[in-house]
Design a protein. Structure first.
Length: 230
């Protein structure tokens, strides 16, 4: 009869052998199995960047957030109001570009006019310095492209002014002229906000780096020197 000690040793040897056999199988199979790090991660594009959002909000409160330089897409219907929001800081000049993929020609019978509007965090509509904010698409057009370049964002502003200030900026895309019987047709929308660093006088705290009237400070210094010499 085996003693308890011999029985325990036998069990231990069996467990050790099974563990070594399992490790051998894993080592042998690993070269044929691709490593998880070798493949692209879920949701990553060919460049490794995460894809932009594929939906848009329908109000200011539900606006879809975009990063600077990120492209947002959405499937919607003619007549919908689509909203996105992105950040902009002092010294930056925001630009918003939008492309609308129009319904199939067979479903359309007339032209349509599309528009993008940009609002600051206080819901104040910001005028476009230049760009194609509103465009008319003919009945045969497949897409329509819009753009809006804002004024540079300032670090401060007078209470009565409507200057762009640092914070969130909302983009609204919609059709503004379309026959009622053409509403509800499927469309595709693409929006991309970018910024250009302009710096300079736009990102200061409001103090003047130079006199408003050139030569005033120089003339004052010359007068003081003349008075001291006399």
């Amino acid at each position: 009869m085996r003693t308890p000690i011999r029985r325990a040793r036998g069990i231990r040897r069996a467990l050790t052998g099974a563990l070594l056999a399992g490790l051998t199988l894993l080592t042998t199979a690993s070269p044929a199995s691709p490593a998880f790090a070798d493949g692209p991660s879920a949701g990553a594009g060919p460049s490794g960047d995460s894809a932009g959002p594929t939906e848009a909000g329908t109000t200011f409160r539900t606006a879809t957030a975009l990063a600077q330089g990120q492209t947002g897409t959405a499937q919607a219907s003619t007549g919908d109001y689509l909203y996105w929001v992105f950040p902009a800081d002092a010294g930056q000049r925001p630009t918003v570009e939008a492309t609308v993929k129009l319904p199939e020609n067979a479903a359309r019978r007339s032209a349509s006019t599309w528009q993008i509007d940009v609002y600051d965090g206080l819901r104040r509509r910001q005028a476009c310095a230049y760009g194609h904010q509103t465009r008319k698409a003919g009945a045969e057009a497949a897409t329509v492209e819009l753009s809006c370049v804002l004024r540079p964002v300032r670090a401060w502003s007078e209470p009565w002014a409507n200057d762009p200030l640092p914070g969130s900026y909302y983009v609204r895309l919609t059709v503004v002229d379309l026959p009622a019987d053409q509403l509800g047709l499927p469309i595709g929308a693409e929006v991309r906000p970018t910024v250009k660093e302009v710096g300079g006088a736009h990102d200061v705290d409001g103090t003047l780096s130079e006199p408003l009237v050139p030569g005033v400070s120089v003339a004052s210094a010359g007068d003081d020197d003349g008075a001291g010499a006399s």
